[in-house]
Design a binder for this molecule. Structure first.
Ligand code: C2E
Ligand code: CA
Ligand code: CA
Length: 275
């Protein structure tokens, strides 16, 4: 048993080392990526399922790694969050999305709000209102066409974030609560912070065609949002059936592969042009 225990421990330790090394390698590459501008924003349409009209877009970061090709955020955002790299990346995202929104406006394309993601850590450890004010000043973007997506974990610290959120709202930015229903946030937090939009997480949408219970849950989330005078949008909508059930339940704003996958800016501009 002793031998086993030791072997088990050694195995565990080796695995830890690999993971640590991997994390350090990613961190190292991320530093370079920021300098070398290897990041790119993809845009996923938000659509009114009743008529297929584009009502917005979400910016999602991609990393064009020189050796590994396109890397999804799931593979590096958490690493970035564990170091202060997330602040640099977040700043890049804010500036890039502001610049893009301004360009689309100047090109006379349909003006729809574009959202971007901000992680809790970024919210707590960087001066986000200053970063966003600077991005607006430098790009001349219209903040009322920009929306910040936060997760419930940010709302767990209402005292710390309330003044920052108020400042960001005062500049004109919209605020969306991402992955609604998946965190621990109590409904009480929703009252304290001015949220414009609630995004229903795809885990609640997945099975609504098969599970009556899931329909009831989604309907509860939707009516919570609407009763609090917030807009509501469903994420991860992959079928027409899901979109129909959602719309019948009061949520006709959808985002998901059924309506469009995240795509390069140039392709998203084409969608805006056609609408
Ligand atoms: P999220 O904010 O919840 O973004 C939605 C994710 O779901 C995206 O994955 C999107 O591609 C995916 N998705 C959209 N529609 C569907 C669908 O119909 N089915 C399925 N299965 N998936 C769908 P992505 O782009 O890989 O991003 C993953 C997460 O990484 C995001 O989740 C967000 O938390 C984070 N992230 C992305 N970009 C940024 C960023 O610029 N900054 C920060 N801090 N986090 C980001
Ligand atoms: Ca999001
Ligand atoms: Ca989400």
């Amino acid at each position: 048993a002793k031998e086993n225990g030791r072997a088990g421990y050694r195995f565990f330790r080796d695995e830890m080392n690999v993971r640590t090394q991997e994390r350090l390698a990613i961190e190292h590459d991320l530093h370079l990526a920021l300098k070398r501008e290897e990041f790119e924003l993809y845009y996923q349409p938000k659509v009114d399922s009743r008529n297929g009209e584009i009502i917005g877009g979400e910016a999602l970061i991609r990393w064009n790694h020189p050796e590994q090709g396109r890397v999804a955020p799931g593979q590096f955002i958490s690493v970035a969050e564990q170091s202060n790299l997330i602040n640099g990346i977040g700043e890049w995202v804010a500036r890039a999305v502001c610049a893009q929104s301004r360009l689309w406006g100047d090109a006379g394309l349909k003006r729809v709000p574009i959202s971007f993601n901000v992680s809790a850590r970024q919210f707590l450890y960087s001066d986000l209102p200053v970063v966003l004010a600077q991005a607006i000043a430098d790009t001349g973007a219209d903040p009322t066409l920009l929306e910040m997506e936060l997760t419930e974990s940010v709302l767990m610290r209402p005292q710390e974030v309330q003044s920052a959120l108020a400042a960001i709202k005062a500049m004109g930015f919209r605020i969306a609560l991402d992955d609604f229903g998946t965190g621990y946030s109590s409904l009480a937090y929703l009252r304290k912070i001015e949220i414009d939009t609630i995004k229903i997480n795809r885990s609640f949408v997945n099975d609504i065609e098969k599970s009556v219970d899931d329909v009831v849950i989604v309907q509860t989330l939707i009516s919570t949002a609407l009763n609090l005078h917030m807009e509501v949008i469903a994420e991860g909508v992959e079928t027409e059936g899901q979109a129909m059930i959602l719309c019948r339940s009061g949520c006709c704003a959808c985002q998901g592969y059924f309506f469009g996958k995240p795509m390069p800016a140039i392709q998203f501009a084409e969608l805006l042009r056609q609408s």
